[in-house]
Design a protein around this ligand. Structure first.
Ligand code: ZN
Length: 150
C-alpha cells in the first residue's frame, strides 16, 4: 500500500507541475469560477458542451498541488463524457476523497482519479481536490449566468 501511495503522490506532483488542458478556450459555451478560501485555490473552468456531451474541457487557475492536479485529471477524464456520467463520477470521487468508500471498493470508472484516495486522510485538503468538481457542476447547471452563443 505504501508503494501505491508513493506512486499516487508522484502522479499528483507530476500533474501539478505540468497540468493537462491548462489553457483558455475561446469557443467554450459554459464557464464557471471556483475559489477555495481555506487554501487560496482558484480555478476557472471552460466547457464546450455539445448537446449533453462534454466535447472539450480546459482550465486556468492557481492553487496548491492537489487542486491543480485535480483540475488536470478531471479535464482529462471527463472529455467525451455526458453530463450524467460526469455527475456519477463526481459522486464516486467525493465518496473516495471523503473516505466514505475505500480505494479497493472504488469503481473502475474513476480510472486515474483514484490517485486522490490519500486525500481522505487529510480532511483539510478535501476541498482542494473537489473544488474543480464543484466548479464543473456550476458550469453545467442551468442556473449559471454565462450566456451561450448557440
Ligand atoms: Zn489547495
Amino acid at each position: 500500500m505504501s508503494d501505491l501511495r508513493d506512486l499516487y503522490q508522484e502522479m499528483i506532483l507530476g500533474h501539478s507541475k505540468s497540468p493537462h488542458n491548462l489553457r483558455v478556450m475561446p469557443e467554450a459555451n459554459r464557464t464557471a469560477q471556483g475559489f477555495n478560501p481555506l487554501c487560496g485555490d482558484k480555478v476557472k473552468l471552460y466547457v464546450k458542451l455539445e448537446g449533453d456531451r462534454i466535447a472539450d474541457l480546459s482550465f486556468e487557475g492557481s492553487g496548491c498541488a492537489i487542486s491543480t492536479a485535480s483540475a488536470s485529471l478531471l479535464t482529462d477524464t471527463l472529455k467525451g463524457k455526458t453530463t450524467a456520467e460526469a455527475d456519477a463520477l463526481f459522486e464516486e470521487f467525493h465518496d473516495l476523497v471523503t473516505g466514505k468508500r475505500q480505494l479497493d471498493e472504488a469503481h473502475n470508472e474513476l480510472g486515474k482519479l483514484k490517485v486522490f484516495a490519500g486525500v481522505a486522510e487529510f480532511p483539510m485538503r478535501v476541498k482542494c481536490a473537489t473544488l474543480v468538481w464543484h466548479t464543473l457542476r456550476s458550469a453545467l447547471s442551468a442556473s449559471q449566468e454565462t450566456v451561450t452563443t448557440e
